[in-house]
Write a protein that binds this ligand. Sequence first.
Ligand SMILES: *Cc1c(COP(=O)(O)O)cnc(C)c1O
Length: 430
Amino acid sequence: MTSDDLAFDRDHIWHPYTSMSEPLPCYPVVSAQGVHLQLADGRQLVDGMSSWWAAIHGYNHPRLNQALQTQMAQMSHVMFGGITHPAAVALCRRLVAMTPAPLECVFLADSGSVAVEVAMKMALQYWQARGERRQRFLTLRRGYHGDTFSAMSVCDPDNSMHNLWQGYLPNHLFAPAPQRRFDDSWDEADIAEFAALMETHADSIAAVILEPIVQGAGGMRFYHPRYLQRVRELCDRHQVLLIADEIATGFGRTGELFACDHADIAPDILCLGKALTGGTMTLSATLTTRVVANTISNGAAGCFMHGPTFMGNPLACAVAEASLALLQEGEWKQQVAAIERQLRAALLPLASHPQVEDARVLGAIGVIESRQPVNMAAIQRFFVDQGVWIRPFGRLIYLMPPYVIDADRLARLTQAIEAALDRPDLFLPA
Ligand SMILES: *Cc1c(COP(=O)(O)O)cnc(C)c1O
């Protein structure tokens, strides 16, 4: 890439959550292989992000590439209205088999946010079909569910800046974020306010929506499995649907195949995305039970009212199917466990560092919460100079590497974080 390309990018292309007038620098990547990103200037970076939870098998994986090539030679796309194809059937067979037993009906969509829209619409249509006016959602503070409007309406009202959308977003119910951590002893008080909200508003709540166990983009917090069990019990008692947003946590990241498995519960509606295609293409899936699906289908509308143009895209389905096949061979379990051990050994002792507020690890996720927010441009440059790709936000410096990373590469990631903590110039005033 020439400096002219970079100038064009700066002047004309939006990146996630950036300013057009004062964009942060972008690093040109020209290829990626295994756990490495190749910069245009020849430097190689060890990837600590899996491209936001997605590239679990590493980049340029021969089996994923083969699946894409084989599918491309058949057809890259065909409409899904009135047509089906082998790639979608093979993928959905695997999804139904690997997710908790009650989830049998699959809706394929384009992105995580759309999977959440679909899940919320399913819940609304379910109650409409049952002739009950239930239109509110109950969720947790510090949650994140995506950037489209319904998804935003259930994101944390403070750090997602709901005030930007005052009067535009529907007013949903927010319980406090769970306080008992994953490894803590359980305390019933943690669920009390959630239970009270449920008690008061049950008749108007269509569904609870939450990220099971790991609250991701809203703070990288790991909460107690018992909390999730209580939520399931309360939903059953009040006949409220439970939507589990496993877009980030799905497919092994937390040490279980799905985060719901830590609590041994099944949701009524499950959202999947991110790692679904092994990080190669955008695709999401919303699964639900036969009961929910039949209720919606027997309602006044007679169908579920959603159908994206690129629904069930064959290329995306084929590569997702290959990614799930790789996953189901089972190596992820040892890989994630080894990453967890090493992250614990390397990161947890940093909790006593004066710059560190908290250090926590779950599965292949390692988090350092600093006392001061990072200086984004400075810390990004520092990490790149150290030969690693780590992208913090706010006070969170975190790792979620591809499962295939080896111990030496992982050590380079944790050492880079340790080195950054000793550099006050990489942080902003608290
Ligand atoms: C990333 C994410 C989403 C949104 O997915 P997109 O593909 O970015 O639209 C929704 N929920 C959770 C928990 C996520 O981590």
